[in-house]
Design a protein around this ligand. Structure first.
Ligand SMILES: C[S@@+](CC[C@H](N)C(=O)[O-])C[C@H]1O[C@@H](n2cnc3c(N)ncnc32)[C@H](O)[C@@H]1O
Length: 345
């Protein structure tokens, strides 16, 4: 989609992406506002604040923050630094205009930049306090704008999360193109485990990207959202070290996905795949529990998180397993670990 069209009218895919972002950042900020004193949110490809009549990421963030400050359990000294950047001068001009009509809480400090993201982010990293919470929204148009080294550098700071959008289908089209060169080749080489390779489909391609990011950034907790609309397929990745964040992302995923694989703008309900997934997980846990006497609580909770399970599904799985007398006691212990994760949301 052209840049001009993007800001004139919001596509279905962009609307889904925006909803996911909105739900995630709301849930997570509520948690952070009760435990952290400083929060840095950097939207480094922020656009003008609007696309068509709809709100773009900067205005969404500001609206959420307004609600957060009405929340009664918020830390007394909690403050938020917002960093907005876009390379396009017009976008930044409109962003200033869009923000000028809003009343913004005094505890929110906004800085706006108009530069290439590569020049801006190193400067921002040095400003962010060690103990603060950092959230980077990376929403470029192209898949070659952000290198894996950029991600590594951002993620090396403590308490950091990245929500990273990749128009994955454009990269996937070249995945087995031996003559690929320049930035495309660099992308395939650095972002995938197999480089130029005949991937079975776009899902295995995405898994290869996840494995590579996971290895280079040193975290297992990466939640993918594959977004489909007609011939367009994009991916949104949440990269975190925090299991609770992973659980929030899993819950959000299942609100939108009806097949457990992707989120489609023309959602066709297909509970068969979900049931199949739940049964395969029940089978997996039963096998684990039968084959060892070790305490598996942590391992099972972790595995379910990584397999993308939501809380609702976890409850179904545990309920079904608790009906086997053999597993009753151990399952009640695992359920406790699962709720411990839930308790802190
Ligand atoms: C998909 S749009 C962002 C949309 C925005 N998140 C929203 O919700 O409205 C991508 C933006 O990245 C900007 N951009 C492209 N290359 C950039 C770069 N190297 N550095 C910073 N911004 C860039 C474009 O001007 C465009 O506004």
């Amino acid at each position: 989609m052209s840049a001009l069209l993007f800001f004139k009218k919001q596509s279905k895919l962009t609307a889904i992406k925006t909803n996911i972002f909105e739900e995630y950042i709301t849930a997570y900020l509520i948690r952070k506002a009760t435990s952290f004193q400083e929060c840095n949110i950097a939207d480094l490809f922020c656009g003008s604040g609007k696309n068509g009549k709809n709100l773009g990421s900067p205005l969404i963030i500001i609206n959420i923050i307004k609600k957060i400050f009405q929340f009664k359990y918020i830390c007394d000294n909690f403050k938020i630094n917002l960093f907005f950047n876009d390379i396009d001068e017009e976008n930044i001009k409109y962003l200033h205009k869009n923000l000028s009509t809003l009343t913004i809480n005094k505890k929110v400090n906004i800085q706006i930049f108009n530069d290439d993201f590569h020049k801006i982010y190193p400067h921002l990293l040095s400003k962010m306090g060690k103990n603060s919470y950092k959230f980077f929204l990376l929403d470029p148009f192209g898949y070659t704008d952000i290198t894996i080294e950029d991600l590594q550098r951002m993620f090396s700071l403590p308490n950091t999360e990245i929500l990273f959008f990749i128009p994955i289908f454009y990269a996937y089209r070249f995945a087995n193109y031996q003559e690929a060169n320049g930035k495309v080749k660099d992308f395939l080489k650095t972002y995938t485990t197999k480089g130029i390779f005949p991937y079975k489909n776009v899902y295995t391609f995405s898994k290869s990207i996840i494995s590579k990011i996971s290895k280079l950034l040193g975290t297992k907790y990466i939640r993918e959202f594959i977004l489909k609309d007609k011939s367009q397929i994009n991916a949104l990745f949440l990269i975190t070290k925090d299991k609770k964040s992973m659980l929030i992302a899993n819950n959000i995923f299942w609100q939108y996905s009806f097949n457990g694989k992707n989120i489609s703008s023309s959602m066709k309900i297909n509970n068969f795949n979900i049931t199949k997934k739940i049964f395969s997980l029940i089978f997996y846990i039963k096998k684990k529990l039968s084959s060892t006497k070790r305490n598996l609580n942590r391992e099972i909770v972790n595995n379910l998180l990584l397999k993308g399970i939501s809380e609702k599904q976890a409850q179904i799985i545990f309920f079904k397993l608790s009906q086997f007398p053999k597993f009753k006691t151990i399952i009640s212990r695992i359920t406790k670990s699962w709720y411990n994760i839930y308790k802190y949301l």
